[in-house]
Ligand binder design. Structure first.
Ligand SMILES: *Cc1c(COP(=O)(O)O)cnc(C)c1O
Length: 402
C-alpha cells in the first residue's frame, strides 16, 4: 500500500498524545502519588495560566463547556422568565445552558461570511421586538414581557464574532454578554473601540471554554472553564461548581457537581504550552487550503475579516452538493463533518418554540451547504493536497453532470 491510499482522518487525536505521552503520564503519576484528584494546586495552577493566556483576571475550571455556559449565565443573574439571545447555528450546549437556567433562548441570524452573530440583525431584533423600560432599566420583549438579560455570541469554528457593535448594543440596553468561546481558544479580535487586539474570552462579562478532547485545547476526558474580569462572578462560579459551598458543608446556595478534576487540569496545563504552536499550524493549514481551493467558483471558502485572527477549530467550506461531496470523500478515505446539519430552531428538542423554517435564512442555507474538511495541527501538506484534489475532482465532475 502506498502512502497515497492511507485514509485521512477528519481529526487526529492520537499523534499529539503519542508525542506528549511522557509528560502526560507524569501528570497521572503525580496525581496518584498525592491522591489529589479533585481541586487543589493542579487546578489552581492551570486556572492561573489559562487566565494569563486569555488575558483575564480570573479563570474558574469546571466540568465541561456546558457547565461553563450554565454557571456563567447563573452567576450573571440569568433565571426564570428571562430571555437570552444567541445564534441558530451553534452546538446545542449553548441553548441547553440557557434553558437550564429557566430562561428562554431566542435566535439572531448570522452573517453569511463569518457564520457568526450578525450585529445588524441583533440591532433590528432589539429595535423591532423589544422596548427599553426606563423604570426597570432593562430591555423587555414586547410580546412576552420577558427581560432580555443576556446575549451569547458564539465564536464559531474558531472565528471571532464581531464584538464591538454587539458590546455597544449590550451597553446601550443593559444586557450581559457571555461569550461562547468553546471553539476559540486563543482567537483574537481587533477592537477598533479599544484600538487593540483582544483575546477570545476576555471581552464579555464572562466567557465559556470547553476542553472536550477534540477542541483546540482538549483534555483527556471532560473539562471546561469560565474566564472573567469580574471577581464577584468568579466567586459565584466557584460556589456553583462545588455544591454552592465556599467552605466545606456550609452551603450558601444549591449548586452543582461541576468541578474540573486535577488530572485533567494537569494535562491541560501541559498542553496549554503547545497551544500557540498548534493554533499557528491550524492557521497555516487554513491559509493553504484557501490557496489550493482559491480558483474553484463553486466553493465558498471561510472569510477572515481584517479584525479577526481565527484559530480554525474547524475549516468549513460551502458547496452546492454537500452530501455528494461527503460521500465521495468517504470513498476516497477522507473524513469530513457537518457543523451543524440542523439549525437549533428546527431541532425536535425545540419544536415547542414553534420557530418555522425561513426565520433564519442565512443559518438555514448554510446548514444545507457546509462541509468541515480535515483540520488538525499534525496534518501534513501531502494529506492536504489529497483532500483538495478530491474536492476539486468531485466539484468538476458534479458541475459537468449538472
Ligand atoms: C463543545 C461546545 C460546547 C460544549 O462543550 P462541552 O465541553 O462538550 O460541554 C458549547 N458550545 C460550543 C460552541 C461548543 O463547540
Amino acid at each position: 500500500m502506498t502512502t497515497n491510499t492511507l485514509p485521512i482522518p477528519f481529526l487526529d487525536l492520537v499523534s499529539p498524545h503519542k508525542e506528549l505521552e511522557g509528560e502526560l503520564v507524569e501528570v497521572f503519576r503525580h496525581a496518584l502519588a498525592t491522591a489529589g484528584f479533585i481541586g487543589g494546586p493542579a487546578v489552581e495552577a492551570f486556572e492561573r495560566e489559562f487566565a494569563l493566556f486569555c488575558r483575564t483576571k480570573f479563570c474558574v475550571g469546571v466540568g465541561s463547556g456546558t457547565d461553563a455556559l450554565r454557571f456563567a449565565l447563573l452567576a450573571a443573574g440569568v433565571g426564570a422568565w428571562d430571555t437570552v439571545l444567541t445564534v441558530p447555528n451553534t452546538f446545542i450546549a449553548t441553548t441547553e445552558a440557557i434553558s437550564q437556567t429557566g430562561a428562554r433562548p431566542e435566535f439572531i441570524d448570522v452573517d453569511p461570511r463569518t457564520y457568526n452573530m450578525d450585529p445588524v440583525k441583533l440591532a433590528e431584533y432589539l429595535d423591532t421586538h423589544c422596548t427599553f423600560s426606563q423604570a426597570r432599566g432593562k430591555m423587555v420583549h414586547n410580546q412576552t414581557g420577558s427581560v432580555i438579560r443576556a446575549i451569547i455570541p458564539v465564536h464559531l469554528y474558531g472565528q471571532m464574532a464581531e464584538m464591538d457593535p454587539i458590546l455597544y448594543l449590550a451597553r446601550k440596553y443593559n444586557i450581559t454578554i457571555i461569550e461562547d468561546a468553546c471553539q476559540a481558544h486563543g482567537a483574537q479580535y481587533y477592537s477598533a473601540e479599544a484600538s487593540s487586539w483582544q483575546q477570545a474570552g476576555s471581552m464579555g462579562k464572562a466567557a465559556a471554554f470547553s476542553f472536550y478532547p477534540g477542541k483546540n485545547l482538549g483534555a483527556c476526558g471532560e473539562g471546561g472553564a469560565v474566564t472573567t474580569n469580574d471577581e464577584e462572578i468568579a466567586r459565584r462560579i466557584r460556589m456553583l461548581r462545588d455544591h454552592g459551598q465556599a467552605k466545606k458543608y456550609y452551603h450558601d446556595v444549591e449548586g452543582y457537581n461541576g468541578r474540573l478534576d486535577a488530572i485533567q487540569a494537569g494535562i491541560l496545563q501541559t498542553k496549554l504550552r503547545y497551544l500557540p504552536e498548534w493554533n499557528e499550524k491550524r492557521r497555516k493549514l487554513a491559509a493553504r487550503y484557501c490557496e489550493l481551493l482559491a480558483d474553484e467558483a463553486h466553493i465558498r471558502l471561510p472569510h477572515e475579516p481584517a479584525w479577526s485572527k481565527a484559530v480554525y477549530h474547524l475549516f468549513v467550506i460551502q458547496v452546492p452538493d454537500r452530501d455528494g461531496l461527503i460521500k465521495y470523500l468517504a470513498q476516497e478515505g477522507i473524513g469530513s463533518g457537518i457543523h451543524y446539519p440542523v439549525p437549533l430552531p428546527q431541532q425536535r428538542a425545540y419544536a415547542s418554540l414553534s420557530l418555522r423554517p425561513g426565520l433564519y435564512p442565512v443559518a438555514e442555507e448554510a446548514a444545507r451547504q457546509i462541509v468541515s474538511l480535515p483540520m488538525f495541527p499534525s496534518m501534513t501538506e501531502e494529506q492536504q493536497q489529497r483532500v483538495c484534489e478530491a474536492v476539486r475532482q468531485y466539484i468538476a465532475a458534479s458541475v459537468v453532470a449538472a
